[in-house]
Design a protein around this ligand. Structure first.
Ligand code: AMP
Ligand code: MG
Length: 476
């Protein structure tokens, strides 16, 4: 096993070399065995893992760097962000593709600005749990390989135990990476980046005639797919800034994310999102906005005729809502048991509106509907909750092949999600009581979201009080 870093070599402007901090007492708290196997990292000596994944020892071939990027944060452009508390260790090449390993919380870099480069233990554990949950829910996502506690304190409002999380992604190239160079007029770097993204993520485009326009369309398609997965499982990203949007179409940056309990499109939990820009039901529109920012960076590559480039890119951006809705409707039909679009957009809108007015728990309702498929008579509670919509749904189910309806529903509706109150509970046991066992039990349950295991039921309960007052914070 030897790491490479083709990304850092691509252009000297992309990254700067940066060494992780030394830490007092690195201890391996979590190790993702399945992921390690996939990455061929199992051969690393177990007693050296804490050192490798806190940056105390360099993995073979690794030359840690911090990468440059910019980004629109809550709609405002910041030309100078970059890895302020992350070190890219390099890439591993496996049968299932190339993956980048990155340490987060590993100390200051040239991009730290005023930050300390550190990460507290609770958010590191949270990222591990949430990303693992998303992966097993079938949502494209970055993952975590390890969490190492540092033995050092991190100063936030009060001193907190510090940790370093190892993140794994197909790449860490963000819309904000393109923005960084486009804003500086470095179109040669933008072109190199675009070519790199095509090679790594969209090799089928290599021979395309309109290669950069097709790249934009391919990224849009991945983002549509991603957002519809989020809407399927009730994920609220919380900080969909362009620097947190990957060209690979994976979920990244789990800082203030949360899960939807009671269905309401305006649901937002992030303490800094006061206006609800990144509310649950806004995510498709924000994705379109983010794709428009990417399109702006690519314009000079799309066509040397500025006007034509703008026209071409605009037509792709404008087509997003229709395409997203179409795929959203198909996705909701699958949640309702149908592989074809039995219910149209307006029926689905009515259905969701009903969930909202009746304050129904999104995940629990679909579990109840799944259970209902094989019941011979109508269920009074569901009838009450959904009214005519319930009857109409049962009617369609009655006309279909029941086992296939049930199978489709079981495949697309999770039995368990990382509910906010349950996440907080296991994190507090881990950090305040030094007891990782509840965390590990929950992790195991979340690794099997479509099939109940021993402790699944314990984690299915919606929050008392509907998550009222729940708040999340940045600062993973
Ligand atoms: P995020 O909110 O995690 O997407 O981070 C936004 C930007 O702030 C990125 O450039 C991060 O690298 C930087 N950042 C966040 N926290 C810290 C920190 N503790 N030290 C240095 N940089 C940070
Ligand atoms: Mg970020």
């Amino acid at each position: 096993m030897k790491l490479t870093n083709h990304y850092a070599k691509l252009d000297p402007h992309l990254c700067q070399s940066a060494d992780p901090f030394m830490v007092s007492d690195p201890k391996l708290l979590l190790w993702n065995d399945a992921l390690a196997k996939q990455l061929n990292l199992q051969s690393l000596e177990p007693d050296q893992r804490a050192d490798y994944f806190s940056g105390q020892l360099n993995l073979p071939g690794s030359k840690p760097v911090a990468c440059a990027y910019a980004g629109h944060q809550f709609g405002h452009f910041n030309p100078q962000l970059g890895d302020g508390r992350a070190h890219l260790l390099g890439e591993v090449h496996t049968d299932s593709g190339t993956f980048e390993l990155q340490l987060k919380g590993s100390g200051q870099t040239p991009y730290s600005r005023n930050g300390d480069g550190l990460c507290a233990l609770a958010p590191a554990l949270r990222e591990y749990l949430m990303s693992e949950a998303m992966y097993h829910l079938g949502v494209p996502t970055s993952r975590c390989l390890a969490v190492v506690s540092t033995g050092d304190e991190v100063m936030r409002e009060k001193p907190l135990p510090g940790a370093i999380v190892t993140r794994v992604a197909a790449s860490h190239i963000r819309v904000g990476t393109f923005e960084y160079f486009a804003a500086r007029g470095q179109m040669d770097v933008v072109k190199n980046l675009a070519d790199f993204v095509i090679e790594r993520h969209y090799p089928e485009l290599r021979k395309s005639e309109d290669i950069y326009l097709d790249l934009l369309q391919a990224v849009i398609q991945k983002q549509i797919n991603l957002i519809n997965h989020w809407l399927r499982v009730g994920f609220i990203h919380g900080v969909m800034n362009t620097d947190n949007t990957l060209l690979s179409g994976e979920t990244i940056d789990f800082g203030p994310c949360a899960m939807l309990g009671v269905y309401h499109p305006a649901t937002v939990y992030s303490s800094i999102d006061r206006r609800g820009r990144y509310a649950f039901g806004q995510q498709a529109q924000i994705m379109q906005w983010n794709m428009a920012r990417l399109a702006e960076c690519l314009l000079p590559l799309i066509n040397s005729d500025e006007k034509k480039a703008l026209q071409q890119a605009e037509s792709l951006i404008k087509a997003i809502p229709e395409q997203q809705s179409k795929e959203f409707v198909a996705m909701m039909n699958r949640k309702l048991g149908f592989d074809s679009a039995v219910f149209n957009q307006s029926w689905i809108n009515d259905f969701l509106k009903r969930l909202q007015t009746k304050q129904l728990d999104y995940t629990a309702l679909f579990i109840a509907l799944t259970e209902d498929v094989t019941k011979p008579t109508e269920d009074d509670e569901l009838k009450n909750q959904l009214g005519d919509l319930y009857r109409q749904w049962r009617q369609q189910v009655g006309k279909a092949d029941l086992p296939s309806v049930e199978k489709t529903m079981r495949q697309h509706n999770p039995l368990v999600i990382p509910r906010n109150h349950a996440v907080e509970k296991v994190l507090s046991a881990a950090v305040e009581d030094n007891d990782l066992n509840p965390f590990k039990t929950f992790l195991q349950v979340l690794q099997s979201p479509y099939q109940a295991i021993e402790h699944t039921e314990r984690f299915q309960q919606p929050a008392p009080e509907y998550d009222a007052g729940y708040q999340t914070f940045c600062g993973t």
